[in-house]
Design a protein around this ligand. Structure first.
Ligand code: FAD
Length: 497
């Protein structure tokens, strides 16, 4: 088949997804492509999405972005963990941190088996004592010197982040067009999108269209009618209200996720302000009650009008359909509990770059891209469901529903395996590592019936000595670190901004 070559790329939308896509495409393939980005000031962006995961650092390195510069430009702080509060029970708290449990290289089975053996013998303390990043988060300390390897991500101002990426992209060759897309033209035979027509009458032709138009999915859904797989029966929240406040304390290096009777609340500390929001199931909590709950709970002066955002959890049936690749909210949405959405944008755009269809779009290429997207997103979906399903809360219909619902087989099998044997795994290209699964499974209250018998081979005093020295080493390293807020000030302080 004679396929048209792909050279003209049109990015529709200038939120985080649009500018991430434009910046990456121009950096990696700039001389080979002609890239245009269309965004509408009148429509604006979703304006949230401020907590990231460590893959953001690799993305910045690939783009040659200086860390201190992007942090200064986005009033960013460091993130080492998420503090889950009231999830297992009201009053309970655990951290899911970006670090390893124990020290992997020294153990024949995963560390937690040895820790479980120690617990069975009556010592060992908390699993949390053996994770460096977790301890640093809990002590609110941070440093990223070369002599102190540490796994971290960022909290950043979403609007400033898109603006920062724009300042890199335009000089590198991305043409930005401001205006509202009024019409999407398609080829009568193939159905491929051929051009975007703006309200001004301007017509922007392209070979490949990257749909970053947010929840509306202007090209992927409104034009191509791709369809949506709904996951609301597993993840029942469908609304968020976001509000920004003035900081009342030095920024901590973790996101707070505080469960309430019908969802949870976030608190994300930036240098110049705090991002707050409430996520809830509208079937269980009214918008007015949620708004009142959020405003009652935030600390510090309220800086913005609370903003209500509706969403539908799920994924587009095909992330890539014909000559439209959807990214960001246009491709689907899993609620922000583990801050994975921007990661999905970044990984998808890298995948597009790696297999860029210069010689024309083939079905095989599209199928591969879509299969990988599904795998990635479904595993993250399972991880998020775990937080809701594995709970001891019974105080509201929402939590009882979460506990009693039927979960995906993939998650049910994983939970059963851990419950009976203490085995956790990271499958294939899965995002979350064994350490993450173990921290959340145990943090939510699951105690495995057994652990690997290999741990019994270690003499008691040797096991005790190894654990004590690991714990002391972590505590010693953490004690030498500066306070997080102080480090941020020195490293990338942006002033009032
Ligand atoms: C409540 C909530 C909290 C979140 N928290 C996190 C988080 O902590 N971490 C994380 O990784 N992700 C988070 N996300 C997801 C994150 O916000 C998004 O993945 C990210 O902002 C990308 O959004 P977007 O660019 O796809 O969409 P948007 O920001 O909505 O951008 C859409 C763009 O399309 C343009 N557009 C739309 N229609 C037209 C038109 N007709 N003509 C021209 N332009 C048009 C708009 O002007 C805009 O520029 C959160 C999402 C929600 C809803």
């Amino acid at each position: 088949m004679n396929r048209p070559r792909v050279q003209r790329v049109v990015v529709a939308g200038g939120g985080t997804a649009g500018w991430v896509a434009a910046a990456a495409l121009v950096k990696q393939l700039g001389p080979l492509l002609d890239i245009t980005l269309v965004e509408s000031d009148e429509i604006g962006t979703v304006g949230v999405g401020e907590s990231t995961i460590p893959t953001s650092r690799s993305f910045h390195q690939l783009l040659g972005i200086d860390e201190a510069a992007v942090m200064r430009a986005t009033q960013a702080t460091f993130k080492l963990a998420i503090s889950f509060e009231n999830w297992r029970q009201e009053g309970d708290r655990y951290f899911h941190a970006f670090g390893e449990n124990g020290r992997r290289s020294t153990w024949m089975a995963d560390f937690h088996h040895f820790w479980l053996e120690a617990r069975a013998q009556g010592f060992g303390g908390d699993l949390a004592d053996y994770c460096f990043e977790l301890q640093a988060a809990s002590e609110r300390r941070f440093t990223n010197g070369e002599d102190a390897p540490i796994n971290y991500a960022y909290h950043l101002d979403a609007t400033r982040y898109a603006r920062f990426l724009r300042t890199l992209s335009e000089p590198a060759g991305v043409r930005r067009v401001e205006g509202k897309i009024a019409q999407v033209e398609q080829d009568g035979e193939s159905g491929f999108v051929t051009a975007l027509v703006l309200e001004s009458g301007e017509r922007i032709e392209g070979d490949l269209f990257v749909d970053c138009t947010g929840f509306r999915g202007l090209l992927i859904e409104q034009t191509l009618k791709t369809g949506y797989e709904d996951w609301t029966h597993w993840l029942a929240t469908d609304t968020a209200i976001a509000v920004q406040t003035r900081a009342t304390e030095p920024a901590v290096p973790y996101t707070r996720a505080i469960a309430h009777q019908a969802g949870w609340r976030w608190k994300i500390p930036l240098q110049h302000r705090v991002g707050n929001g409430i996520v809830y199931a509208s079937a269980h909590l009214s918008d007015d009650a949620a708004r009142a709950q959020l405003l009652g709970a935030v600390e510090g002066d309220v800086l913005t009008e609370p903003r209500l955002i509706r969403y539908r959890t799920g994924r587009r049936r095909k992330a890539w359909n014909k000559n439209v690749v959807s990214l960001g909210l246009a491709s689907g949405f899993i609620e922000p509990l583990e801050s994975t959405s921007i990661h999905f944008v970044k990984i998808a755009v890298m995948r597009l770059i790696q297999a860029f269809p210069f010689a024309g779009i083939s079905d095989a290429q599209v199928d591969r891209f879509n299969a990988m997207s599904v795998q990635e997103v479904e595993r993250v979906r399972d991880f998020i469901i775990l937080h809701y399903h594995l709970t001891e809360r019974e105080d509201s219909a929402f939590w009882r529903q979460c506990r009693d619902m039927t979960i995906p087989d993939t998650l049910a099998e994983r939970m059963a395996l851990f419950a009976e044997s203490g085995q956790a795994y990271q499958a294939g290209d899965e995002l979350f590592r064994v350490d993450s699964w173990v921290q959340v499974l145990m943090g939510q209250g699951m105690a495995p019936q057994r652990h690997h018998e290999l741990a019994r081979l270690m003499p008691k005093e040797q096991l005790r000595g190894a654990l004590d020295s690991l714990k002391a080493d972590i505590a010693g390293r953490v004690a030498k670190m500066p306070a997080h807020a102080q480090f941020v000030d020195r490293y990338c302080g942006a002033g009032e901004g």
